[in-house]
Write a protein that binds this ligand. Structure first.
Ligand code: 6PG
Length: 248
């Protein structure tokens, strides 16, 4: 019995249309909504769609605040920048207040940026009771996460993730490139009201099957372990048919 709450769409276009509709609904809720975007290549299709569809003008962007699950320690105009990708594909094409974009400053000294990013989240995002309280963990309304073929998510990598910390941001490094990253911690991610793993393409199919089958290997996968920890909250997987091809 799979322990994954997943939705399979015929193709990636249908996935991004469903995500766009969610953004529209969030934007109409009449309060600031805090959304954390995933990095890597997968979300580029979502950004391009939002910039070019009628959603670009229908979504009330002034009600949406965008953050990132992680950022590479590079300048914002570097092609590897998660923020830089979203800016080029989406933010430069819509009307959204600059103060609603909460990028991680990848160009800055990483230890100092972890502190700054942490403080900005505590100062800006209410906890799960809707209170802005320094001591309480911020509760994102919606966190979009990707997954690597090794089961990592954000910049939380197998064997290199601290699941016990109560910090909300941390320094990480890519296991192969050793590139430094700033990442949200498992503790913060798990405090979200909604987590959507956006996973597309055949290359992710075998890892998804291991997670769905609770395979022993999946024990080490952060993408298998990071879920909303409160029962009332939602952890879900949005998959295209290629990514879901090995699932029952
Ligand atoms: C990053 C991401 C990372 C990404 C996965 C999937 O900064 O790289 O946050 O967790 O979501 O590696 O990447 P792709 O979408 O490129 O497969």
């Amino acid at each position: 019995m799979s322990n994954m709450n997943y939705r399979v769409f015929d193709d990636s276009q249908q996935v991004v249309e469903a995500l766009a509709q969610s953004l529209l609904e969030y934007s109409e809720m009449g309060r600031p909504i805090h959304i954390s975007l995933s990095g890597g290549s997968t979300p580029s299709q979502l950004f391009s769609y939002l910039a070019n569809a009628d959603y670009a003008t229908r979504i009330q962007w002034q009600n949406l605040h965008f953050w990132w699950g992680d950022e590479r320690c590079v300048a914002p105009d570097n092609e590897q920048s998660n923020y830089g990708q979203a800016k080029a594909l989406l933010f430069d094409h819509i009307q959204i207040p600059a103060e609603n974009i909460h990028r991680i400053r990848g160009e800055d000294f990483v230890a100092g940026e972890v502190i700054r990013f942490t403080e900005e989240m505590y100062d800006t995002i209410p906890d799960s009771e809707g209170q802005l309280d320094q001591g309480k963990t911020p509760a994102f309304d919606w966190i979009l996460l990707g997954m690597g073929t090794d089961g990592h998510t954000a910049s939380l990598f197998p064997g290199k993730t601290d699941y016990e910390t109560t910090e909300i941001a941390t320094i990480a490094s890519h296991p192969e490139s050793h590139q430094f990253r700033v990442s949200k911690t498992a503790h913060l991610l798990k405090n979200a009201k909604r987590i959507t793993y956006l996973v597309l393409g055949a290359s992710k199919a075998s890892v998804l099957k291991e997670i769905a089958d609770n395979a022993p290997a999946a024990e080490a996968y952060p993408a298998a372990k990071v879920r909303c920890e409160k029962q009332a909250d939602t952890t879900e997987w949005y998959l295209d048919s290629e990514a879901a091809q090995e699932l029952a």
